[in-house]
Ligand binder design. Structure first.
Ligand code: SAH
Length: 281
């Protein structure tokens, strides 16, 4: 199943989307532009702890160490890339289509004293221009929702060395619940005219996507239970920081969410989440 998305966004529209949302995300949620991972209902971890934990859950699966080269496809402002490099010793190249994100990521790497091992570049993850077989692993953390999945998977397979692995997360629609920034309450009057910033497939679609890309599926795990509540927490965090944000940036929360086109038709009212690991034969 694919979403009813008619118009795929251009990379410029995608960059605008994140440039509008980025300052709010940073202020309210932190430097990880992804959802959190909680061990269970009694886990009281903060969003910062839970989002870092999700990075660690993926790092375990990357299977890289010193001397390895990792591509972070859709790297946000580089927080996961720095964590990957810090905990594994690998070299990481992060790419994003947002110039704002590249600049912020470079600054974070400098501040962390890791610029020698963690680089960031403005590139389309579906057409990277990197040499074939030049990476040991590809991490795509909550970014493939914005891409054409078959094209992205083919490109990542191309740049991977044989035996190299792709570790990614994807978000998929689930029924029930309503607490989500994808809630239609954020619907914009202009929404019919704007492209969908994300498209969705089901959990069951993944084995076929992997096989069609010529990859071998190693793991497909539904982690919906672990991310439960993340979107309502994100929304609460936005609301908590609303006054500070509006004062600092001179725009209303509604304007930002609207500009970020956070709620268009393609977005589910509630989201499941999966981890997928595949290797290049
Ligand atoms: N992985 C990061 C960011 C997730 S948000 C983190 O966990 O913090 C999604 C990211 O995908 C953003 O950085 C966005 O700019 C990037 N992105 C979306 N489409 C892209 C494309 N075609 N090529 C490269 N990056 C893309």
């Amino acid at each position: 199943m694919t979403s009813p998305s008619a118009v795929p966004p251009t990379t410029h529209q995608m960059a605008d989307f994140y440039d509008a949302l980025g300052p709010l995300l940073r202020m309210a949620w932190g430097d990880n532009f992804h959802i959190g991972y909680w061990e269970g209902p009694s886990d009281r971890s903060s969003p910062q702890e839970a989002t870092d934990r999700f990075t660690d859950v993926l790092v375990e699966r990357l299977g890289v160490g010193a001397g390895c080269r990792v591509l972070d496809a859709g790297c946000g402002i580089g927080s996961p890339a720095l964590r990957v490099a810090g905990s594994t010793g690998a070299e990481v190249v992060g790419i994003t289509i947002s110039r704002q994100q590249v600049d912020q990521a470079v600054e974070l790497a400098e501040r962390a004293g890791m610029s020698d091992r963690v680089r960031f570049e403005l590139k389309d993850a579906m057409d990277t221009g990197f040499a074939a077989e030049s990476f040991d692993a590809v991490l795509a953390f909550e970014s493939i929702v914005h891409m054409d999945r078959p094209t992205a998977l083919r490109e990542w397979k191309r740049v991977l060395k044989p035996g190299g692995r792709i570790v990614l997360t994807d978000v998929f629609p689930v029924e029930d619940e309503s607490a989500s920034p994808f809630n239609p309450a954020f619907a914009s009057a202009r929404r019919a005219e704007v492209p969908d910033m994300a498209s969705f497939v089901t959990f069951e679609d993944w084995p076929g996507l992997v096989a069609d890309a010529g990859l071998r599926l190693e793991e497909l795990t539904d982690v919906t239970e672990n991310i439960k509540g993340t979107f309502s927490r994100m929304l609460d965090a936005f609301l908590d920081h609303r006054k500070e944000f509006e004062r600092k940036h001179g725009v209303t929360l509604e304007e930002v969410l609207d500009a970020a086109k956070l709620a268009n038709q393609a977005n589910p009212t509630s989201s499941g989440c999966l981890i997928m690991v595949a290797t290049k034969p």
